[in-house]
Write a protein that binds this ligand. Sequence first.
Ligand code: C5P
Length: 215
Amino acid sequence: FTPKSLAGKRVLITAGPTFEPIDPVRGITNLSSGKMGYAIAQAAFEAGATVSLISGPTALEMPYGCTRTSIQTAQQMRDAVFAQIEQQDIFISVAAVADWRVSNASDQKLKKNHAGDLPQLSFVQNPDILAEVAALAKPPYCVGFAAESENLIEYGTIKRLKKNVPLLVGNIAQNTFGQDQNELVLFDVNGHKSLPLADKTSLARQLITAIAARI
Ligand code: C5P
């Protein structure tokens, strides 16, 4: 880890889950503690970058030296990303963005009734923030994440091409949620490389080193 490998660079990072309301007291979300994204933000700051973090709901302390914008929904995350994207050199999309939101969310709390009628929820697809950023005419250097439950090498290779990003970071979903340690696989144009089981702090520094070597 070279401490100043990102000196003078501006880095935007999304982290944590998004939360999509059903009504004022309920919603759907993804499993994500935010630990990996926050560790990457801290490592980018240590490497000399100016770091802006856009975070869904988490219980984590703000990483030292970083700016944080807190959001709840995928649409709010998208708006916060696009408010800053033009100034960025690097975009690291770590957030577990909900793929769908409830299109008929209620302004008032849904009430149970005696007949046992069930709420009828409808969904619409959320914007794919990473794919939108990667499709910009002059995108920042884009790094995506993929949490897969199986076939990581195959799915990671395909997902990097589908999202059209130069670097994609894969991990096995069941191994990472809420944990302090993880194993990562980095996919780029040359193939893939494993970063063996380590603390998220250590993996974040290794990832920042890998990014700095590529820009
Ligand atoms: O397609 P999948 O959700 O597995 O892609 C994961 C990658 O795409 C992550 O980097 C995630 O942050 C990003 N993503 C996004 N917006 C979405 C869904 C995923 O930016 N709506």
